[in-house]
Design a protein around this ligand. Structure first.
Ligand code: FMN
Length: 350
């Protein structure tokens, strides 16, 4: 496998391979991070420090926020403690310092908030603690019918713009897919100085408890089904933005990782798959990518990155069209097939 070069560049930072750990409690324990590094994880994104944690730190009213809510405990019994989501800002900084001493892979801090207020200055402290980059998670569900899309997009730009003036390290922005014209949002964010886009934020969805007539925030690990939306937008943006592109959400297998790179990802973030299979899954991902590249005689990641992007593919309409008559009519034939009595199934054309 030595003949294949997996090195890549994300946010201007050299990585040994494209596979990295996404923002999550996987970064919380030094031992876990060492195991991730040993298994071949090429960089790590810390769990987020939330805007409220920073803005309330001085008043001593730091709250447990998503996803440390006790109601998540059952769903999350198999992953590391979520206590760290209650870390105070100084503890977060100390953790960055310790990680930088204990591993050689790049360490990316994460901030989660929506406003362009003074809490953003905290990013500079994360930078000064040694973080190699910052990932900004803009998590917001806008419920006010009087707030329009332009206002939200303007706010987003302003946050990135403010951060750009605070920081010398690269900034990645983790975005939601729910914009009417996502390509324009990406373009505007690049224009104000983002170095990378992370596609896409995955929202916690509230679920309804019909026994207790209550609503509770639900956190499920992802499946590969979530990847397709990411593949489409990686493919659309590849070659149209100077930003690095990372995928997050639904990379469950080595095949998913390869698809993400073919669509245009510079870095492939993983959380759910690592929580399921453990840190050694990074070795599986890396080795499978090497073997696949060797089998098709690709020598470098550059040879495959974006090879099936909108700009490179021979059938760009696959990415551009939301409804495709041939696919939809194929689906109705499948339904007809399912509806046939089972004794007739063998007579159907294959
Ligand atoms: C337990 C858990 C904690 C997470 N914490 C954060 C966080 O602090 N900040 C953030 O931006 N994303 C967070 N995420 C989202 C992940 O970074 C990632 O975007 C999402 O899980 C989709 O990737 P996956 O399909 O590889 O799991 C968290 C996800 C999980 C499962």
């Amino acid at each position: 496998m030595a003949s294949v070069d997996l090195t890549t560049n994300y946010l201007g930072i050299g990585l040994a391979n494209p596979f990295i750990t996404g923002a999550s409690p996987l970064s919380d324990h030094l031992d876990t991070v060492r195991r991730l590094e040993d298994a071949g994880c090429a960089a790590i994104v810390l769990h987020s420090l939330f805007e409220e944690q920073i803005s309330q730190a001085t008043s001593g009213r730091i709250q447990n926020l998503d996803p440390s809510d006790k109601r998540f405990a059952a769903a999350l019994s198999y992953f590391p403690s979520s206590e760290s989501y209650a870390w105070r800002p100084e503890e977060y900084l100390e953790h960055v310092r310790q990680l930088k001493e204990c591993v050689r892979i790049p360490v990316i801090g994460s901030l989660n908030g929506t406003s362009a207020e003074s809490w953003l200055r905290f990013a500079r402290l994360i930078q000064d603690a040694g973080a190699d980059a910052i990932e900004l998670n803009m998590y917001e569900i806008v419920t006010d019918p009087l707030v329009n899309g332009i206002t939200i997009e303007h706010g987003l730009r302003r946050v990135v713009d403010n951060l750009r003036h605070e920081l010398r390290i690269p900034i990645a922005v983790k975005l939601s897919p729910f914009f009417t014209a996502f390509a324009n949002v990406a373009h505007e964010i690049e224009r104000v100085g983002a170095n990378g886009l992370v596609l896409f934020n995955r929202f916690l969805q509230p679920d309804i408890d019909i026994q207790h007539l209550g609503v509770w925030p639900r956190l499920d690990l992802s499946t590969g089904a979530e990847l397709l939306l990411r593949l489409r937008w990686l493919a659309i943006l590849r070659g149209r933005t100077r930003c690095s592109l990372a995928v997050t959400g639904g990379v469950a297998t080595p095949e998913d990782g390869i698809k993400s790179i073919l669509a245009g990802a510079d870095a492939v973030q993983m959380v759910s798959a690592i929580l399921r299979h453990g840190p050694a899954y990074f070795t599986t991902m890396r080795d499978a990518l090497s073997r696949w590249m060797e089998s098709l005689e690709f020598a470098r990641i550059d040879d495959i990155r974006g090879r099936l992007s909108l700009a490179e593919t021979e059938s760009p309409s696959v990415f551009e069209r939301a409804q495709y008559i041939r696919t939809l009519s194929g689906w109705s034939s499948w339904l007809e097939y399912q509806a046939r009595p089972s004794d007739e199934e063998s007579k159907l054309p294959s």
